[in-house]
Design a protein around this ligand. Structure first.
Ligand code: ZN
Length: 113
């Protein structure tokens, strides 16, 4: 389950931020998760709740903002919304596209007190 690895990575980054800002605790965390980031949300929440007790994020509120996926056609350079990696370009029908949005997970904000 790679969601657990991702979650632990987020906890580590949050812990480092807390230290860096010499805060007491983290009140809120906001994440951006691309719809094509390959993250199974159910598994993500399961991993999150499993890692939570005794962690730096124990009392913090979690907000997740899904990011729609967008691709750019390598052939006609059209940018379009995609729901899977295998959508053809609506402009020219080409399958040669690159994802420009929606494939990443990032920490959007951390509220430290
Ligand atoms: Zn195209």
């Amino acid at each position: 389950m790679h969601e657990l690895t991702i979650v632990l990575n987020i906890f580590e980054i949050a812990g480092n931020q807390l230290k860096e800002h010499q805060g007491n605790k983290i009140d809120a965390i906001e994440l951006e998760i691309g719809l094509l980031a390959g993250i199974e949300m159910e598994a993500f929440h399961f991993a999150w709740n499993a890692a939570l007790p005794g962690s730096v994020l124990e009392d913090c509120s979690l907000k997740i903002n899904p990011v729609e996926a967008e691709a750019r056609c390598r052939h006609c350079h059209l940018e379009y919304d995609v729901s899977s990696l295998y959508d053809a370009c609506p402009g020219c029908g080409s399958f040669r596209s690159e994802l420009i949005r929606g494939k990443d997970l990032r920490i959007q904000s951390l509220v430290i007190s």
